[in-house]
Design a protein around this ligand. Sequence first.
Ligand code: G3I
Length: 370
Amino acid sequence: MTKPTHSRREFVAATATAAALGVFGTAGLSAVSAFATPQPQPFVPAAGLIPYGSAVRAGALESDPAYREAIVANCQMVVAEGEMKWADIRPARGEYRFEKADAIIDFARQNRLEVRGHTLAWYGGLPDWTNEISSRAEAERELVDHIKTVVSRYRGVIPSWDVVNEPLVDFPESAASLRPSVWTRQLGPDYLSIALRTTAAVDPAARLVLNEYDVEFKGPRFAARRKALLQLLRSLRDKDVPLHGVGLQAHLFADRDIDRDGLQAFLNELAALRLDVLITELDVVDYELPGKVSERDALVARKAGEFLQAVCDVVRPKAILTWGLSDRYTWVPIYFKRPDGMPNRPLPFDADLKRKPLFDVIEQFRRRPA
Ligand code: G3I
């Protein structure tokens, strides 16, 4: 269920993008260089655009009309930032609470937005009662029951799920280096195939995605993560476990270089495995960037542009989503507050819902002809 992009909005956006890149490219050439050289943007029919979307919060959608309108005006898809995680859906054992998730589904339906599902099997976002799960049989029963209940509720409404989220430890040695959780403790690596097979059985039409972070950068740690993830994906494929795509979360960091060669080699391996690529949680953690807003915004856009250039030069992502639309609602300060106390600016629109260069960059790449 994808909302056809309004031709007027597309035309206006394309014009604004070209203009912004023009001004932006000239004014900020030192800061943005490479990809921002103003080029006439070929008009790509809406059908040919890479869909853009954002993580959303049910509470903000309800209480913040300007935010809600900005989502509707600029997104073709949304994903619940938290409302479809175990902690929100399963606050108590044996209880399912769908009000917040349903509110996002209703909002998406009213505004013809596609919804991505996030997430079914993760070490995080779990309610405390899951710590009481103490056997393999119990863990499998809870995981399978959760997936059957949630995925069947949204069958035909959510066409793409982050079934498995962040399976690897931060410094993996191999595919066996799985992040400890109730699932690995009780089920070992089988939790991945149980989650994926159950989702496929409940909704055979759903696209099943494994979502991971920190595979975008230069450095031995990130190369090891790409290698371990590839090993994990191949092991799933060798066991005929259903999987259709990989989500690159793309939480970028200003002080980390994009590993163009390493990332492209990884993406070519995904293509060889016939796995789709989605950019699922793009933002740029800016806590170490200069305080001057115009300079910081340009550097954020440049970092994202370098990443999108590296990806889009080898594959066509099925979607580009940012982990929030506006700096008004971002997770980043939870862990990465700026030492100067200024608000973080990781997202395409600022806290006043003013469009930023990052949005122009995303628009540029989603328009690239297939
Ligand atoms: O809703 C409660 C509120 O009632 C309570 O007063 C408050 C203080 O304890 O917590 C609120 O819940 C918080 C929730 O976000 C809603 O804001 C949780 O503590 C907090 O842990 C939770 O953080 C989320 C985090 O995932 C864990 O679920 C972030 O918002 C969310 O952006 C983040 O998203 C993750 C993706 O799922 C996976 N990839 C990384 C990404 C960023 O960490």
